[in-house]
Design a protein around this ligand. Structure first.
Ligand SMILES: *Cc1c(COP(=O)(O)O)cnc(C)c1O
Ligand code: SF4
Length: 334
């Protein structure tokens, strides 16, 4: 199948599994490889003890060595700033842990049931609102599906990253979810096509295309440099198999807090067959305060971005409130 692994690996692991297995997890290796300032390393090591470093090879290849301000690096780089407590920033800013306890099923959005399929991801994003999430309580997606409410219209497979599940499990998920009489659509929230594009296998594409229910894939990229040629091919292939491929981004200080950058991201996504969906304000999770942008600046950046783009390429600026059944749309304003 894959000639780079077929003769070297007795287990014939797929390339995406090899790439995740080979991801950089040790701050010393990251610092050496990317020639980062040694001064930042001791605090970086401590930050990585609280939330481990995880950076897969395909993403690392897109980072400029020697530049601590690289916008992809900033998303994965453990920094001392994460260790500073900040008023208003908490471990579970969306208060999901209690709602989700034991079942791995979250009902907060009307008609949509969100299944936390796994705690595993292919990359650890330092700003992630689930960085402290107690995933150990999950009972598994199969039992979550059995507990779907009778009026669930849409099932959202989330995580962690549901594409860390293998193709066989996903085929089974598509089939079982379609057995529920009320369910009309399936959705997956995944960063994998961006972080490890080889995850978009032929078998996955076939499973999506063959699903009895339409599948919407929501990916996650924050900066145009994340979409290299391999990711562009993966997204285009997904677009051919799925009903829609959408992107969500988080507005992040030092990563994409600039209208030219966000407009370039939208164009890049469009070229890859993906429409910009949401631009999230940062959820105030402990350890991510250094990424925060206040509402006034966020509104201005969003207005400047919208002024540069056709309407269908403008993501909605939104904030998530704990317990609210929909996101709050924030109006762009110069
Ligand atoms: C907002 C949100 C949803 C629900 O998505 P809609 O696109 O608003 O229907 C599901 N999962 C996560 C993580 C979200 O932030
Ligand atoms: S859940 Fe998404 S945002 Fe959070 S660490 Fe995983 S890939 Fe990154």
């Amino acid at each position: 199948m894959d000639d780079t692994t077929a003769h070297t690996s007795p287990s014939h692991r797929e390339r995406w599994r090899e790439e995740i297995a080979a991801a950089v997890r040790d701050p010393d290796i990251l610092w050496t490889r990317l020639r980062l300032p040694r001064l930042l390393l001791p605090a970086g090591r401590r930050a990585a003890e609280a939330f481990p470093l995880l950076a897969p090879e395909p993403l690392l290849r897109r980072i400029r060595p020697g530049d601590p301000d690289d916008p992809i690096l900033r998303q994965i780089l453990p920094l001392g700033a994460e260790l500073e407590a900040e008023p208003g920033f908490t471990a579970d800013p969306l208060q999901e842990a209690a709602q989700c306890a034991g079942t791995g099923l979250l009902h907060k959005y009307a008609g949509r049931s969100l299944i936390v399929a796994t705690g595993a991801c292919a990359v650890h994003c330092r700003y992630c609102f689930r960085r402290h999430f107690p995933y150990a309580g999950e009972a598994g997606w199969r039992s979550a599906l059995e507990q779907l409410p009778g009026d669930a219209e849409e099932v959202i497979l989330s995580g962690g990253d549901p594409l860390t599940l293998d193709d066989e499990a996903l085929e089974e998920f598509f089939a079982r979810a379609a057995d529920h009489p009320s369910v009309q659509r399936l959705r997956m929230h995944t960063r994998m096509p961006v972080a490890v594009p080889s995850r978009v296998t032929e078998r996955l594409l076939e499973a999506i295309a063959a699903s009895r229910l339409p599948v919407v894939v929501v990916v996650h990229a924050n900066h145009p440099a994340e979409i290299d040629d391999e990711t562009e091919r993966a997204l285009n292939a997904l677009e051919s198999a799925a009903r829609a491929v959408l992107n969500q981004s988080v507005l992040l200080r030092g990563v994409n807090d600039d209208a030219d950058c966000l407009a370039a991201l939208s164009r890049r996504l469009f070229d890859a067959g993906c429409l910009p969906y949401y631009l999230h304000l940062l959820d105030p999770v402990d350890g991510a305060a250094h990424f925060q942008i206040d509402d006034t600046e966020a509104r201005r950046i969003a207005a400047e971005t919208a002024a540069r783009l056709p309407g269908y390429m403008v993501p909605r600026l939104v904030r998530e409130h704990p317990g609210a059944s929909a996101k709050t749309v924030i109006t762009p304003r110069l």
